[in-house]
Each structure stands twice: as C-alpha cells, then as structure tokens.
Design a protein around this ligand. Structure first.
Ligand code: HEC
Length: 121
C-alpha cells in the first residue's frame, strides 16, 4: 500500500536524522552522570594544582623541575587521606599552602579527586 510505504520511509528518515543527535547527547549525559561536584573539583584541580601536577597528576613541565611526585604513583596513593589533606592545606617543600584559598570540603574533594587519578591511569 502506498500509505505503508510512506510511513516506513518516514520512520527510516527520522531514525537517520535522530541517530546523530543521540550520539551527540551521549557524552553530555555521561558528564552529567559524573556529577556537577566532580566537574567543579576537576576545575579546581585544573586552576590550582595542574600548573605543577599536570591535569592527570603525572606532573607538568614546571612541576618536574620542582620534583613533584606523580600523584598517581603508589608512593602518593598509599598516603592516608588525612596526610594528603594536610599537605594540600599546609603545603610541603615546594608545594604551596592552599588553606587560605580552599575550604575544608574542597580539600576533601581534592583528596577524592587524587584517588580517582589513580584509577584513570
Ligand atoms: C607551585 C607548584 C605546586 C602547586 C600549585 C601544587 N603543588 Fe602539590 N606538590 C608540589 C611539590 C613541589 C610537591 C613535593 C613536595 C615535597 O615532597 O617536598 C608536591 C606534593 C604534593 C602531594 C604529595 C604529598 C606527599 O607527601 O608526597 C600532593 C598530594 C599534592 N602535592 C597535591 C596538590 C594539590 C591537590 C594541589 C592543588 C590544590 C597542589 N598539590 C598544588 C608542588 C605544587
């Protein structure tokens, strides 16, 4: 029947048109699933830490001249949360103190963020 044929063509055309829209939406939805809090702390890490530690924690060019440790390494990952938080707040060696610019909850989130760098390795 002519009407059936028309309907099939319509379904086919809309599938073809909508598939790329779905593909475009997918990464956006995935970023949402990771949570706005994660996005915020990743941004904090990028602005306050990445210039020395690199976005992935491995150490930037500048950081390497200061001998920053790879944040993903077992040496850092085996430190207790409290010690990582203490270093972020008070600094250590070439690492600046961040307690004036970061709240306690941000420091805690950064500790969690550093743990996740390990998993992304
Ligand atoms: C100006 C460069 C610089 C910036 C900015 C910086 N760090 Fe560091 N960081 C260092 C250096 C240098 C060390 C090594 C310190 C040492 O062991 O003497 C270090 C060490 C560390 C360690 C390992 C501590 C340990 O005991 O081994 C952690 C965790 C860390 N930084 C997290 C951060 C976080 C989170 C930020 C952002 C809030 C940050 N750092 C910003 C330079 C920096």
């Amino acid at each position: 029947m002519l009407r059936d044929k028309y309907r099939h063509a319509l379904i086919r055309t809309s599938t073809i048109l909508l598939a790329p829209v779905g593909a475009l939406m997918f990464p956006v939805l995935r970023a949402e699933a990771a949570g706005p809090e994660n996005a915020a702390i990743a941004a904090t890490f990028r602005t306050k830490c990445a210039m020395c530690h690199g976005q992935d924690g491995s150490g930037s060019a500048v950081g390497k001249t200061m001998n920053v440790p790879d944040l993903r390494s077992p040496a850092v990952q085996k430190l207790p949360d409290a010690e990582v938080a203490q270093v972020i707040s008070n600094g250590k060696g070439g690492m600046p103190s961040c307690k004036d610019s970061l709240g306690d909850d941000q420091v805690q989130s950064l500790v969690t963020h550093i743990r996740s760098l390990h998993q992304n390795k």
